[in-house]
Design a protein around this ligand. Sequence first.
Ligand SMILES: [Cu+2]
Length: 221
Amino acid sequence: MNKNLMYSFKFNESTSMMNMNKLNDKMLMIMMMIIMSIMVVMMTKKSMLNKSMNENHIMETMWTIFPSFIILIMSAISIPILYTNNEMKMTSITIKIMGNQWFWSYEYTNFDIKFNSYMMYKKKFNFNILETDNKMVIPFNTPLMLIMSSMDVIHSWCMPSLNIKMDSIPGQMNSIKTKSNKIGVSWGQCSEICGTNHSFMPVMMETVTMKEFIKWVNKNK
Ligand SMILES: [Cu+2]
């Protein structure tokens, strides 16, 4: 899709991002309904004098109760999405992601693989400040555990299509579970101002089939 025509979220790659897209649509619908009803009231009202609105207790009760109901509905549909990723109890692959000034390093603890991921400076066919020399490779439809930490300052590992944005903090381990449901390459960027080259430490991730992943592991071991 032409990126100039993208008005919505990125293509969803995980269940939680799919739910986020749906939530966005639902919230927009609620907002549209509110705007429409207010517009109808404003347009149908003949006079600007609101005599009947003075000390109108029924109306005041109504405009307290209805919005709180709307908020209740909104929280009921949005809170479960916060915990979608926690539904995966069993993860099969653990990837340790370390933030460095200014590159990412990845460690596949199950396979003894370790590499750094630097940005590729713009050449003819590279995506500007998005492509890296080594990319994180993950298998398709496999529950993963991502562990994040930092070597120096606070960074933030972000992958919008997976609905992940997690800080990597020195001396602290943050973890998140995820599962990719789309084969292909996706991009993200460091999302915490971490120094001069903050803009030049992108995240590049490729989802491949399990067969290809095993091939990649054997090649890089
Ligand atoms: Cu950073």
